[in-house]
Design a protein around this ligand. Structure first.
Ligand code: NAP
Length: 473
């Protein structure tokens, strides 16, 4: 059975689940379709109270919800509680702002009559989500689309079935209709079948390039609108006038949060030559200070990786990087624990022909590069095929911003760590995907922006005019 919770701290197989049956799939599709037909007649504000209720239920059950994630994928309990709170913040935000953001917009036009764009739901969606933020990834799609009126079917990662069920249970416990979100343990063929079903109108995937390509292909073949939130090799650029103390304090956290398994983790540290030695020394010191241990223990600062497979993958990437000439500046020692821990590791002197130069390393491994100018930092940042996020540190905010705008990614923060909040759009360019989640952009991702032009009588004078029927005034 593919869907299985294996606690990565203890290696205990906690529970296994069978794939969805054809009957479960059909019920989910038909319930979603029926709910869409009901929701399309209702205004978004009619769902606001229910979404607030979901936020409240998440807060009330924060402890239990956090523990499910800790067991599923090893996240630190403290960070898991933060994730539950963030989900509640996202739900509250969309509950409060969606009705306004979805109001019709009037257009200035030379056409006869009044032109406006009205926003309608598209229909049921499939969301395919990864394990690294088991609830937050769901909420980013769920909250806006619940308000729009698109019922959702969830296909979660095979290693986080407990989290999928826990999220679904919260929705069921609220007064929202059960079909608002239905979890199905779908195998890959079933994912393709669901995408092909005429009742499904859109697909949102967060995951790897590999997963994204497969699901986008199925969506394309069936002409289904889709958004792709894929991987990143985000830079953390330190310009020569940056405050090294603040920068260093943020750098190690930006890499090690969630055991380094974040799409927007800083993965490539690009440091001005005058600060390079100091930066590497401080990064080593901070990496050496983390304490691996039980993720439920609040004194633990390094979580295990999400699975044995994830640890083996990062180990093989580090081994290959070193074999191909990278310098091991720190780490890569075994950690004495049966848990899936990987020691924070620093690699330097990575040349463009090294596979590590272009791969995403999804774990606690920092690559550090030395540069002699802002332009060299920008050029190095833009060598990546991925374009998700990035951070720039400079003593001069304007200079930081000038560098930030030249980085080919969807998001850049200057003099701060990256944060994800409902009012800020989230997403990337290049092979990091397309479309945006969160903010008004995410809210409008799966909306029928319908043009309505009304007049009390047509402009008969221009009847022969073909496409352009203008008002003589
Ligand atoms: P993944 O293997 O692509 O899995 C993500 C989801 O896609 C899972 O539910 C997975 O199911 C499913 N999937 C994969 N291949 C599929 C296929 N051929 N057909 C149908 N479903 C398929 O990604 P991951 O390695 O678990 O997640 C880490 C990646 O996600 C990293 O690259 C990370 O940067 C990226 N990520 C991006 C964002 C963002 O917002 N841009 C956020 C978080 C993570 P199974 O689990 O059953 O394989």
């Amino acid at each position: 059975m593919a869907y299985k919770t294996v606690n990565p701290y203890t290696n205990e197989v906690v529970k296994e689940y069978s794939d969805a049956t054809p009957e479960q799939i059909e019920n989910a599709l038909s319930d979603a379709h029926n709910l869409y037909n009901q929701w399309k007649l209702e205004a978004p504000e009619s769902r606001s109270k229910q979404l607030h209720e979901i936020a409240d239920l998440m807060r009330q059950n924060s402890d239990e919800l956090a523990k499910v994630m800790v067991t599923d994928m090893g996240k630190l309990y403290r960070e898991a509680q933060g994730e539950v709170e963030l989900c509640a913040i996202i739900a509250d935000y969309f509950a409060d702002h969606s009705a306004d953001l979805l109001k019709p917009t009037k257009l200035e036009t030379i056409a006869t009559g009044v032109a406006q764009v009205k926003k309608h739901p598209l229909g049921p969606l499939l969301m395919v989500e990864p394990w690294n933020f088991p609830y937050y990834q769901i909420m980013r799609v769920f909250a806006p689309n619940f308000m729009v009126g698109n019922p959702m079917i969830l296909k979660h990662a095979a290693i986080t079935p407990g989290s999928a069920l826990a999220f679904e249970k919260i929705v069921k416990e609220s007064s929202a209709p059960d079909a608002s979100l239905v979890n199905l343990f779908l195998n890959y063929d079933q994912v393709s079948d669901v995408i092909a079903d005429p009742r499904i109108q859109g697909v949102a995937l967060t995951g790897s390039e590999r997963g994204g390509k497969s699901v986008a292909k199925a969506a394309g073949e069936n002409l289904k609108k889709n958004t792709m939130e894929l991987g990143g090799t985000d830079v953390f650029i330190v310009l020569d006038d940056a405050d090294i103390e603040t920068t260093a304090e943020i750098a190690w956290r930006a890499r090690l949060y969630n055991a380094g398994q974040v799409c927007t983790s800083s993965k490539r540290f690009i440091v001005a030559a005058n600060l390079y030695d100091q930066f590497v020394a401080k990064l080593k010191e901070n990496f050496a200070s983390v304490k691996p241990g039980d993720p439920m223990d609040n004194s633990t600062t390094l979580a295990p990786m999400s699975s044995k497979k994830a640890k083996e993958k990062i180990q093989s990437q580090v081994d290959e990087a070193i074999a191909k000439g990278a310098n091991l500046a720190y780490g890569n020692e075994p950690i004495d624990s049966p848990g899936q821990f990987f020691q924070p590791t620093i690699l330097t002197d990575i040349k463009p022909d090294n596979p590590a130069f272009s791969e995403e390393m999804f774990g606690p491994v920092a690559q550090v590069y030395k540069v002699d100018s802002d332009q060299e930092a920008i050029d190095l940042a833009n060598t990546s095929d991925l374009g998700l996020g990035g951070i720039v540190f400079s003593g001069d905010q304007k200079r930081g911003e000038a560098v930030a705008t030249k980085i080919e990614t969807g998001m850049v923060f200057v003099n701060n760590f990256m944060v994800s909040l409902p009012e800020l759009p989230f997403g990337g360019v290049k092979n990091s995907g397309y479309g945006r989640e969160m903010s008004d952009l995410g809210l409008n991702a799966f909306v029928n922006e319908q043009l309505i032009v009304t007049t009390d009588k047509p402009n008969m004078d221009n009847l022969a005019g073909g496409l352009v029927a203008t008002d003589p005034e």
